[in-house]
Design a protein around this ligand. Sequence first.
Ligand SMILES: [Zn+2]
Ligand SMILES: [Zn+2]
Length: 395
Amino acid sequence: MASVAAALPPPQTPARVALLAVQAAAEEQLETLCASALDEDIDVLLKVADAAQADAARRLRRREQLGAPSDGATSMVAWLSARCRMAPGRAADLVCLGRQLAELPETSRAVRDGEIGFQHASVMAHTASQVGAEAMREAEEDLVAEARRFDVRRFSHLARHFRDCVDAGGALADANRDHERARVHLSQTFGGCWRLDGWLDPEGGALLTTALNPLMKPVPGDRRSGGQRRNDALLELCRRLLDGGGLPLAGGQRPHLVVSVPVETLRGEPGAPGGDLRWSGPVVGELVRRLFCDAVCTEVTVGPAGGPLAVGDPGRTIPPRLRYRLNARDGRCRFTDCTRPPEWCEAHHIRPRERRGPTLLENLVLLCHFHHTCCHEGGWTIRRVSETGIEFVPP
Ligand SMILES: [Zn+2]
Ligand SMILES: [Zn+2]
């Protein structure tokens, strides 16, 4: 009996026919298609995907009306998430869309006919769940007309404005909740790297983006991704804040990076350990030698048991007068085509300090933090080509 039932083909429902059609498209050889045919197919297939998702949401609503699923799930969202191995956020979106689309006939028609995308319909449904069916009924046609005109990001801005107009109290309550939810997590992994994540409310996100954008611009020869440039910009922001001295004192001192390092490491002796960066722990020797190029140094003599025997006076590697002359001579980061001004730059020793390179104007060059790192950890070297001219040699 069982084997006979298994041999029967599944009934050809409209949903199965749609799946077969997409599978047939996926088997088509693309080599023979011209660009305009491919463009047309991309449009159509994305519309099919959008319409199919919206219809799955419509069926979810009907399924919900038939009674709670019996698979032990506590909610429709949990059931859908487990059944379709879907992230809970996406499952919640689909369930919300199904519930709201029943009250949004123009939106349902527009997504089915390919006039608006599934994400536009999601924004409509989300807005309807916030402002209520009555307010939405009056505005639906106008909003769908806007959805036809704008990409989903612009459209979601319009929807938020609409919500502010018809549900100011609800919008304010949500804004307050967003603010309470805002947080930043920062933790160090066992490997030494740090992990940063969190949530910012709209004002916080705008503030951070405004501060980072001017520091994120690519430099010549830049091969960093946007994410890497954002990371560097965030650190540059912190570096400037520390250098500018605008922060409250910590332990009676201006907050600054503190690294402890044995003298053999600064000399670059083979077999020497790395340094020890306060808050982070062990760091590689080349990083310490980069910091050592332009820092305040305090010599500590330690006894056989490691305890300090004598502590010297702190002294700047680059005394203020020398730094002033270096700024005046170089006027910018000296790396090829880099235009970052002296305020963004660190002093670098052309002949390294560990190889007895003196701290004299002739042996110094201004480099922005990015290019200074290239010349230490990145393995670039600097070659003198004339009395004042230098050349950067890639690793
Ligand atoms: Zn250096
Ligand atoms: Zn530079």
